[in-house]
Design a protein around this ligand. Structure first.
Ligand SMILES: [Zn+2]
Length: 577
């Protein structure tokens, strides 16, 4: 185990206050906190009052975010048997004109209930959706909804996986649109209905009946005033560097396990970290993001834009806290970028006794700092398959009440919330307290090499040899301790530099100056498109255009690797002996 973790675990328990956690969950859990509304404003007022009471310094930023509030939706069956069905609108769906949108229904669904977001694209050559209203299964995966729209659909209806109405967001754009992405905003009205209603329509279509429906729906999308509260726990000798803890303050309805519980843990962590700040070398920022659901992570994206240089230079790690303290959750999972793998797995094992495999973060849920290269590290605990509380998606601990009006106070396990708050404090101290930041780049190098060797059909030997050079440095860096480093501050600067440079090309397509869209992003995304070459005639224009793109992506990765090697070289030289 990393020595610093041994020290943190040996420190006296920080007695997480159950009374404080309970108060916050109770206060926030009765407010309808859709971002930009009065409930969110009251939640922020509560945070500021408590931080003042604790003596924790904080900043408050007022800004306008581009937010989309679903107002109303209904589906009227016109033929063969008239009926009015309850429906829910999605954020960034388009409003229907007066009189609604009318059309013939066509079913394109596959059974997606097992993994409602892993929705493969449909072959629209086989199913003609042009001019029709599409009926699809599962929660809307934004990239699939987008493809359906571009294939000519005039509106879309999703059959929710159960008999509840779940709120979702359908744009693929991360945060506010830019001139390049604005045209990607959905043009279709996109609504969802309960499973029994949807199954009824699907069965009619399966029997060959013609079904005509009308969709009516209002979505209110515009710039809205909102607020971001960021608590500041000041570190010691390296106080300019910081660990960023973030979690969304807004929610669908009263959203208690998503995310009043997370907000409570963050507030309690702020109190405890501030009380014991003399243990910390580096600072901690705790940010309650607005704009999560109706802005597609617009609050954290705003912070990435407006604190860019500070984040690039000084952010040690980003811990996202979402949907914790959920009843019936038993199984921890660890998610982290490779350099924090050893740290996170050791921490979770030591604190919970659970052995993890760990996985890499996707570009989801306020991971707005991936392109900047800031290593993400987090934990979550979910409800096992077979539990009566288990739903089909991962939100709210994998519960059935996720993003519905039933995400209420009775779904909270306070013992678990206290345990997870303690874990959050230990994780933060483990990153902010030790003389050397606990990155271990050996896993990064191993994984990068494997990934590059698997990219086909494109010659990655140049990059593989650079990764091998970096791997040798990673071994050296892993063997140093604060006793063998002459200048720990400069050493930590170098570690952050290496981490940010590599992560920007390894986990992100757009890199630091833009936001990737909301989709599953493969590792080395710039080169992953090489697989398309296999399906093309290598002499064709299309293949050769793609080769131009791949060469440029190779250059981007090569530069990051050379930068990491140069910094690591300098760090090896800065060792005392
Ligand atoms: Zn959430």
């Amino acid at each position: 185990m990393i020595p610093i973790l041994v020290a943190i675990l040996a420190a006296p328990a920080d007695d997480v206050s159950r009374a404080e956690l309970t108060e916050t969950v109770d206060r926030l859990g009765v407010l309808d906190r859709i971002s930009g509304n009065e409930g969110e404003r009251q939640a922020n007022a509560y945070l500021k009052k408590k931080l003042t009471e604790y003596g924790v310094p904080f900043d408050s930023y007022e800004m306008e975010l581009y937010l989309s509030h679903p107002m109303s939706a209904s589906v009227t069956v016109l033929t063969p048997e008239p009926a009015k069905l309850e429906a829910i609108n999605h954020a960034f769906s388009r409003s229907t004109p007066a009189g609604g949108v009318e059309g013939e229904l066509v079913y394109i669904g596959r059974n997606m209930t097992a993994d409602p977001f892993d929705a493969p694209l449909v072959d629209y050559q086989d199913i003609d959706v042009n001019g029709k209203i599409v009926l699809d299964d599962g929660f809307p995966a934004p990239y699939r909804a987008f493809a359906t729209e571009r294939a000519g659909a005039i509106a879309q209806i999703y059959i929710n996986p159960d008999d509840r109405l779940h709120n979702m967001t359908v744009t693929t754009i991360w945060g506010a649109p830019t001139p390049e992405t604005a045209s990607l905003l959905p043009r279709n009205p996109i609504v969802a209905m309960r499973r029994p209603d949807g199954d009824g329509l699907r069965d009619r279509l399966a029997r060959g009946e013609k079904v005509r429906v009308r969709i009516d729906g209002i979505v209110d999308t515009r710039w809205r005033k909102t607020e971001l509260v960021v608590a500041r726990v000041e570190g010691g000798a390296e106080k300019e560097k910081f660990v960023l803890i973030g979690g969304h303050i807004d929610s669908w309805h009263e959203g208690v396990t998503d995310n009043a519980t997370g907000n409570a843990a963050m507030l309690e962590a702020a109190r405890l970290l501030h009380r014991n700040r003399d243990r910390l070398l580096r600072s901690v920022r705790i940010a309650w993001w607005p704009g999560h659901s109706p802005g597609r992570y617009a609050g954290s994206a705003w912070y990435a834009d407006h604190f860019f240089s500070d984040l690039r230079e000084n952010a040690v790690a980003h811990i996202n806290i979402d949907s914790i303290g959920t009843r019936s959750a038993t199984r921890y999972s660890a998610t982290h970028m490779a350099e924090l793998e050893r740290f996170n797995l050791d921490l979770i094992r030591a604190k919970t006794g659970q052995e993890q495999k760990g996985s890499r973060p996707g570009k989801v849920a306020d991971e707005s700092f991936v392109g900047l290269g800031i290593p993400s590290v987090r934990f979550s605990k979910s409800i096992p398959e077979g539990s009566p509380d288990r739903g089909v998606a991962d939100g709210s601990g994998g519960s059935w009440w996720w993003h519905s009006r039933e995400d209420s106070r009775d779904k909270v396990d306070l013992d678990l919330l206290a345990e997870e708050t303690d874990l959050l404090v230990a994780m933060t101290e483990g990153l902010a307290a030790p003389p050397l930041i606990p990155y271990d780049f050996r896993a990064t190098a191993t994984e990068m090499k494997e990934k590059l060797e698997s990219i086909e059909p494109y010659d990655t030997r140049n990059l593989v040899s650079l990764v091998e050079r970096f791997a040798a440095h990673a071994e050296t860096l892993a063997s140093v301790s604060e006793k063998t480093v002459a200048d720990t501050r400069a050493f930590n600067d170098g570690l952050i530099h290496i981490s940010h440079a590599l992560n920007s090309v390894y986990y992100s397509r757009s890199g630091p100056y833009d936001q990737d869209s909301n989709e599953l992003i493969p590792r080395f995304p710039g080169l992953a498109i090489a697989s398309e070459l296999a399906h093309l005639d290598r002499g064709s224009d299309e293949a050769r255009f793609l080769e131009v793109r791949l060469k440029r992506e190779e250059n981007r990765i090569e530069e990051a690797l050379r930068e990491a090697i140069a910094v690591a070289d300098a760090l090896s030289g800065s060792r005392a002996r």
